[in-house]
Design a protein around this ligand. Structure first.
Ligand code: NAD
Ligand code: MG
Length: 381
């Protein structure tokens, strides 16, 4: 079990819930990072006394350095500062709760420093999955999934012999616009997209849930984590978010993991594996819920899921391109510069028109494809 963690993205939805788990189980916190929310980061630093805090935005970092001048906490800044936090000597595990591909380099840094990873940052595995897997193998570290679906699959797989897995069945809440058709989605607002039925999460992933891009990213994430191909991953809409995902074995037995929708269960399991410990999360009362429903995803309205599957089948840099186009498109949508349906159009267009300069999947090639795709989408506002 983990004893000492560094949390990258400590001020976000996952970061704050990770600190809840750390508080409850007395897990030491030796580094905390944020993009620029220094008010919350300062409070967290005063409570948990890490040796290092890092702020990506240099101006905000300087302000925090002044605010924490009465402590012995070091305040690092910029991308370098985040990388320094990823290799904090005291930490045995790095929790990566950064949003977006900005989490890729810190993930690699943590692995190379010999840290185990509790990974919420799915964009890392989408853009750099094969590279990340190779580094994990080379450095002999472990990756524990935090994403609820992947934690569910990981939990279901405990005790399954190698080769027994036939299929991964990812459940999807359906997001804010389940049941709506394209005509009804033409004029939806940012506020409507940010109203998720079951989970309270950061803005980007909430929009990703509304477009089903989140499930597309998770299909790719599952393929990297569990070494399954596109046709071995099913997606099932399950509005209640009680079954967090399932596996089907060779003998057609299906194993599911259930619980109330609360990320502190998967976060805690990633930190306490293989132990099971008391949790602040409510007990599940199935008689209260009474009915669990299942639907097929509407891939004609929500085009992102099929585009991600295509990117996964194409391999190489295609998943990184789909992810980058989506990050830029979601940014434009949140800024009110494009309508909701344009997100899917931009992701499809980026994947359809991408031609890799070279087939090699190096870090440089991934970052270059990310940068070019992002720039090209941002000009489409
Ligand atoms: P969030 O927006 O609430 O928080 C993101 C965190 O990352 C913040 O601390 C922010 O300061 C930091 N950050 C943002 N940009 C950064 C940058 N360029 N450099 C350094 N730090 C940066 O996001 P979240 O909802 O907590 O999601 C975090 C990750 O976890 C995402 O990849 C998301 O897909 C995944 N995830 C989240 C949930 C959830 O319930 N929130 C569930 C499953 C997976
Ligand atoms: Mg998820």
């Amino acid at each position: 079990m983990t004893k000492n963690i560094a949390i990258l993205g400590a001020t976000g939805s996952i970061g704050v819930q990770t600190l809840d788990v750390a508080r409850m189980h007395g897990i030491r916190v030796s580094a905390l990072t944020a993009h620029r929310n220094i008010r919350l980061l300062e409070q967290q630093a005063r409570e948990f006394h890490p040796s290092l805090v890092a702020v990506a935005d240099p101006t905000a970092a300087r302000q925090l350095r002044i605010a924490l001048a009465d402590t012995d906490i070091t305040v690092a800044e910029g991308e370098e500062g985040i990388l320094q936090a990823a290799e904090t000597p005291e930490a045995d595990t790095v929790v990566n709760a950064i949003v977006g591909v900005a989490g890729l380099l810190p993930t690699l840094q943590a692995i190379r420093a010999g840290k185990n990873l509790a990974l919420a940052n799915k964009e890392t595995l989408v853009a750099g999955g094969e590279l990340v897997n190779a580094e994990i193998e080379r450095c002999g570290v472990r990756l524990y999934p935090v994403d609820s679906e992947h934690s569910a699959v990981f939990q279901c797989l405990q005790g399954c012999p190698p080769g027994a897995l036939k299929k991964v069945i990812l459940t999807a809440s359906g997001g804010s616009f389940f049941g709506k058709k394209r005509e009804e989605l033409q004029h939806v607002t940012v506020e409507q997209a940010l109203t998720h039925p079951n989970w309270s999460m950061g803005a980007k992933i909430t929009v990703d849930s509304a477009t089903l891009m989140n499930k597309g990213l998770e299909v790719i994430e599952a393929s990297r984590l569990f070494h399954v191909s596109d046709d071995e991953i099913d997606v099932l809409v399950h509005r209640e978010s009680i079954i967090h995902s399932m596996i089907q074995l060779k003998d057609h037995s299906v194993i599911a993991q259930l619980g109330v929708p609360d990320m502190r269960i998967p976060i805690q399991y990633a930190l306490t594996y293989p132990e099971r410990m008391a949790s602040p999360v409510r007990e599940l009362d199935l008689s209260e819920i009474a009915t669990l429903t299942f639907d097929r995803p509407d891939t004609e309205t929500f085009t992102c899921l099929a585009v991600c599957r295509k990117a996964l089948r194409s391999g190489g840099l295609y998943p990184a391109v789909a992810n980058a186009a989506n990050e830029a498109a979601v940014q434009l949508f949140l800024e009110g510069k494009i309508p909701f349906l344009k997100i899917g159009d931009l992701v499809s267009h980026a994947v359809e028109t991408f031609r890799p300069a070279s087939p090699s999947l190096t870090l440089e090639a991934i970052l270059q494809a990310d940068k070019e795709t992002r720039a090209s989408v941002l000009t489409k506002a």
